[in-house]
Ligand binder design. Structure first.
Ligand code: FAD
Length: 462
C-alpha cells in the first residue's frame, strides 16, 4: 500500500501568523501537508517595510543593520510563545530599555513644526524604572517633581487596580466591561488618563484614545499585569532573521491577491488574481486565512456578516530622519543622560491621538507612528499604512465563539454558527485570540491551527 496522499494547504498572508502556520505544517514529522503561501504584496510581509540603516559612526560593530518598521518589540510575561519560537529558531534578541517623554500639544500649533518640537515634555519616564528619568534643564524642578509625584501616585493606583480590581466579564445580560467603564469605576482621574495612561497604552495598540477606551478592559489589564516589571526585547538586527528562518524552503506565490474562498465537494476553491493580473482558481484540501478580519469577511462568505462587526483602522508609520520633529530636549538627553543602549520614544498627544516618535540607531532613523507633527517630505525614507484590528466587547465575544473549544465550552448556544476549521477553513492572526492584537496572538493562533491538525509544535516539546 502506498503512502497516504498529502493534503494540500493554502495559507493566505505572510505576516507572522501565516509564516508560523506554514512553518509548522511544512515541518510536520509525518510530512502530511503540501503547503503553498499566497501573498498579495511584492515580498513576504512580516518585514516588508523594514529598512537597512547605517549604524552611527562611533559604533564598533557592523556598518549597517536592519531596522524593524513597524516596531516588533516584545516583553517577558506576555509573549511566552513568541519567545519560545524565537529560542527554538535561534533568533537572537536583546533586552531594550526605553526613555519615554510625554507632551500634550496645543492643537493650534500643529501646522508649525517648529512650535511642535519646542513644546516641552511634561514628563519623562524610564521603562521599568531602569534609571532615574532625565529632567530637561529648562524645567522648573519644583513643578516637575510635583507632576512626577502625581504621575507616580496614579501609576501605582492603576497597578493596584490591575491586580486587585477585576474587570466585569460578559454575562447573559451584559457585555464585558470596556476600558472606559473600568477607568470610571476605579476613579482614575481624567488628567492622568489623558496625559499618561492613554498615550502609553495607545502606543501599544497604535490606535486613537477613543478606540482604546472601547477595548475590553480585560485586554489592557492583562497586558499590563503580564508585562509588569518584565524586560522589553527586540530582535537583534531586526525580525528579518525570524522571517528568513520561518520561510526557508516554503512555496510562496507573491503578488497573488485572493478574491474568494469557496468550500465545495472537490475541496476548497481558491480564486485569486496572479502577478500578471489573470484570474486563477486552484483547489485545496485545507485553507488558512492568516489575514485581518476585514479581508476574511471579503473573501469568505460564511463569515461575511459576522466579521464586519470587528472594528479595524488604518495606521501610518513614517521612517525618516527629520530631526526637527524631535523635541528639543532629545539632543540634550542623548548627549548627557542616556545609557548607550537606551532608545527614546516621544509621545505627543493632541485631540485624543498620540503620535509615537521612536529614535533608533543614534537618530539615523526615526520612526513616527500615527504622525501629528509635520515631517519634511525630503526626509522621508519610507511611509507605510497598516490595517490595525481593534477590539470591543462585541468583537471579543465573536472571536471567542469562533475559536472556542466546543467540546468543553458548555451548553451556551453560540451566536456565531461558523467555527474555526469548519469546511477545512482555518483562521489565524494577531487578532485570533482573547487579548491585545500583537505578535503573541499570531503565534498562539498558528499553534492552534497546527494542534487542530494534530501537528506537533516543536518548541513546546523541548
Ligand atoms: C504600527 C504598528 C506597530 C506595531 N508594533 C508592535 C510591536 O511592537 N509588538 C507587537 O507584538 N505587535 C506590534 N504590532 C502588531 C503586530 O505587528 C500585528 O499584530 C501582526 O503583525 C499581525 O500579523 P498577522 O500575521 O496577523 O497579519 P498581517 O501582518 O497583517 O499579515 C496579513 C498579510 O496578508 C496579506 N493579504 C491581505 N489580504 C490578502 C489577499 N486578499 N490575498 C493575499 N494576501 C493578502 C497582507 O498583504 C499581509 O501581508 C504593531 C502593529 C502596527 C501596525
Amino acid at each position: 500500500m502506498g503512502e497516504p496522499r498529502r493534503k494540500s494547504v493554502a495559507i493566505i498572508g505572510t505576516g507572522l501568523s501565516g509564516l508560523v502556520t506554514a512553518y509548522l505544517l511544512h515541518h510536520d514529522r509525518q510530512k502530511r501537508f503540501d503547503v503553498k503561501l499566497f501573498e498579495k504584496g511584492e515580498e513576504l510581509s512580516f518585514c516588508a517595510e523594514s529598512l537597512r540603516v547605517q549604524k552611527p559612526e562611533d559604533s564598533s560593530s557592523a556598518q549597517s543593520v536592519w531596522a524593524d518598521v513597524p516596531m516588533r518589540a516584545f516583553a517577558g510575561g506576555f509573549y511566552q510563545n513568541l519567545i519560545r519560537l524565537y529560542d527554538y529558531l535561534g533568533v537572537p534578541y536583546q533586552s531594550q530599555d526605553f526613555i519615554f517623554t510625554f507632551t500634550q500639544l496645543d492643537s493650534r500649533r500643529i501646522s508649525d513644526c517648529n512650535d511642535v518640537s519646542s513644546a516641552a515634555p511634561s514628563m519623562t519616564h524610564a521603562s521599568n524604572f531602569h534609571r532615574i528619568p532625565p529632567i530637561p534643564r529648562t524645567a522648573d524642578i519644583f513643578f516637575w517633581l510635583l507632576e512626577a509625584l502625581y504621575a507616580l501616585f496614579f501609576n501605582l493606583w492603576f497597578t493596584l487596580c490591575v491586580y486587585y480590581v477585576a474587570p466585569y466579564e460578559e454575562t447573559s445580560s451584559s457585555q464585558s466591561e470596556t476600558f472606559r467603564d473600568y477607568i470610571k469605576r476605579t476613579y482614575l482621574p481624567r488628567y492622568y488618563v489623558d496625559n499618561y495612561l492613554l498615550p502609553l497604552m495607545a502606543s501599544v495598540s497604535t490606535c486613537s484614545h477613543e478606540e482604546l477606551l472601547d477595548f475590553p478592559a480585560s485586554d489592557v489589564l492583562e497586558y499590563k499585569r503580564r508585562t509588569h516589571r518584565q524586560p522589553h526585547y527586540v530582535v537583534k538586527n531586526g525580525v528579518r532573521a525570524a522571517q528568513d528562518r520561518l520561510a526557508q524552503d516554503l512555496n510562496v506565490l507573491l503578488k497573488a491577491c485572493v478574491q474568494n474562498v469557496v468550500p465545495g465537494s472537490n475541496g476548497i476553491a481558491l480564486h485569486y488574481i496572479d502577478a500578471a493580473g489573470e484570474h486563477k482558481v486552484e483547489n485545496f484540501d485545507l485553507v488558512v486565512l492568516a489575514v485581518s478580519p476585514d479581508v476574511v469577511s471579503a473573501v469568505f462568505e460564511p463569515l461575511r456578516e459576522t466579521l464586519r462587526r470587528i472594528p479595524t483602522t488604518t495606521v501610518q508609520t513614517v521612517a525618516h530622519n527629520d530631526m526637527s520633529t524631535l523635541p528639543r530636549v532629545s539632543a540634550e538627553f542623548r548627549n548627557k543622560n542616556l545609557g548607550a543602549t537606551d532608545q527614546m520614544i516621544h509621545f505627543r498627544s493632541s485631540k485624543g491621538t498620540t503620535e509615537a516618535i521612536h529614535e533608533q540607531e543614534g537618530r539615523s532613523l526615526i520612526v513616527t507612528t500615527n504622525p501629528i507633527t509635520p515631517i519634511k517630505p525630503s526626509r522621508i525614507m519610507r511611509s507605510a499604512k497598516f490595517t490595525r484590528v481593534l477590539r470591543s466587547p462585541e468583537s471579543r465575544r465573536i472571536v471567542n465563539e469562533i475559536f472556542a473549544d466546543r467540546a468543553t465550552s458548555g451548553c451556551k448556544k453560540p451566536t456565531v454558527q461558523w467555527h474555526n476549521g469548519d469546511d477545512g477553513v482555518f483562521i489565524a492572526g494577531g487578532w485570533c485570540w482573547d487579548g491585545m492584537v500583537l505578535l503573541e496572538g499570531c503565534v498562539v493562533s498558528a499553534m492552534r491551527v497546527a494542534s487542530s491538525l494534530d501537528v506537533e509544535i516543536p518548541w513546546m516539546s523541548r
